[in-house]
Design a protein around this ligand. Structure first.
Ligand SMILES: NC(=O)c1ccc[n+]([C@@H]2O[C@H](COP(=O)([O-])OP(=O)(O)OC[C@H]3O[C@@H](n4cnc5c(N)ncnc54)[C@H](OP(=O)(O)O)[C@@H]3O)[C@@H](O)[C@H]2O)c1
Length: 309
């Protein structure tokens, strides 16, 4: 493993973050029906009180509302919070200049002069990783972001981003990818090991597999909306995994399936950023950090989920 650079060391010190896709998203998460700003504010406050200091948002979330709400919440608190947001490479955004311009918009919504991590939300065939990174270099040079990350980049694209930034003496801080007990592609396709090798923080999104790993959803009680269809097959295979998570949780003073699932990711060297719709969920999620599963427990969970998809 290479040395983690000084600029990105702070990311490696964070065990767990808070995802803010839920903040304003009506389509997938039902913002405005099932929960509102009051519940989000409570989830944010509880997270902070329990030591969570890293929030992940994006210009895309709630069409800018997530950033705006985070900006409002940040004004109400004294504690420092690390903020990560993302650029979405719409197919017409084909030159590097779009990136600092988009970040300016994010900073205005957040009410900040700079963010701690600016990420490319996803690769896009219309703009190369090299051009995207040149845009990111501009953002760093102008003091608009402390560090640079990517998201949904496979190993090859990640290396291209890493190399382009390296030419400017800038480290690639992170790659945010889908990673949970039920989605373990990054272990098989080389992304996780390459991140460790190059000192890139792997940020795990959908770490609870969009709520499935809480154990509250079953084939008889599927999640609402598109998640119901998306997870119909997986839910059939889930009961033994939930049973094992419960059993392992008992070895750790009754940790819940949610908390064991998050801790498994921490043990794997990832930084999970679970989303929460209310204080209760946020409190439970925060309890996923600050302790460790044993190596044997990690191995049992590995085995139980090896061929689930
Ligand atoms: N870069 C990307 O492309 C990308 C993609 C996806 C997500 N993300 C980021 O990753 C964050 C997390 O991922 P995610 O929101 O997709 O999925 P997740 O964190 O796996 O699941 C969040 C959902 O699970 C349920 N939940 C959360 N905590 C719970 C608890 N303690 N008990 C029971 N249910 C609980 C809630 O939904 P219900 O109550 O409705 O079940 C919540 O909305 C996002 O907020 C976002 O910041 C990034």
């Amino acid at each position: 493993m290479t040395e983690v650079s000084n600029e990105t060391r702070f990311l490696h010190a964070i065990e767990l973050g808070l995802g803010a896709w839920q903040w304003g998203d009506r389509v997938v998460w039902g913002y405005g029906q099932q929960y509102s700003d009051k519940e989000i504010r409570e989830a944010f406050d509880v997270s902070l009180n329990l030591g969570i200091r890293f929030v992940d948002t994006a210009e895309l979330y709630g069409s800018g509302y997530s950033e705006r709400l985070l900006g409002r919440l940040l004004k109400e608190i004294d504690q420092p919070v690390l903020v990560a947001t993302k650029f979405f490479p719409w197919p017409w955004k084909i030159t590097k200049g779009f990136i600092p311009r988009a970040l300016k918009g994010s900073l205005d919504r957040l009410g900040l002069d700079s963010v701690d991590l600016y990420q490319i939300h996803s690769p896009m065939p219309t703009i190369s990783p090299e051009t995207m990174m040149e845009g990111m270099v501009e953002c760093v040079k102008r003091g608009m972001t402390r560090t640079v990350g990517v998201s949904n980049f496979d190993e090859k694209l990640m290396l291209r981003a890493y190399t382009t930034l390296a030419r400017h003496g800038i480290p690639l801080a992170s790659n945010q990818v889908h990673y949970s007990l039920l989605t373990r592609d990054v272990e098989r396709n080389g992304t996780l090991s390459r991140c460790k090798e190059l000192g890139i923080r792997l940020i795990a999104y959908s770490p609870l597999e969009k709520g499935i790993l809480s154990g509250k959803y079953t084939t008889a009680n599927p999640p609402p909306g598109i998640r119901g269809t998306q997870y119909a097959e997986l839910l059939k295979k889930l009961p033994p995994v939930i049973k094992l998570l419960q059993e392992i949780g008992q070895n750790h003073n009754g940790k819940t399936t949610t908390q064991v699932s998050l801790n498994w990711l921490i043990c794997k060297g990832a930084l999970p950023i679970p989303g929460a719709k209310n204080a209760k969920q946020a409190e439970e999620n925060a309890g996923g950090a600050g302790w460790r599963l044993t190596e044997e427990e990690v191995a049992r969970l590995d085995e139980a989920t090896e061929n689930i998809r």
